[in-house]
Design a protein around this ligand. Structure first.
Ligand SMILES: [Zn+2]
Length: 71
């Protein structure tokens, strides 16, 4: 496998972003994912994009949130 470029439209940025996932990251993602498509959380600016990826690292849906909660 080689690096994967994932393009998605972020609701809050109002534009198409591209992120490059390294080969190592993709391997780890495939090991950890226990269902497909699997959500990748991508924090940037003041929010998170949640990008659902299939096994080919194609985008299968995107949402974005400004709210996180952690206890
Ligand atoms: Zn954004």
């Amino acid at each position: 496998m080689t690096n994967q470029v994932v393009r998605f439209r972020c609701d809050y940025c109002k534009k198409v972003l591209a992120i490059t996932l390294s080969d190592d990251f993709c391997k780890k993602f495939k090991q950890e994912a226990d269902k497909w498509p699997y959500p990748l959380v991508y924090p940037h600016n003041n929010h998170w994009a949640i990008i659902f990826l299939d096994e080919e690292f194609k985008e299968r849906g995107v949402t974005a949130s400004r709210i996180g909660f952690k206890e």
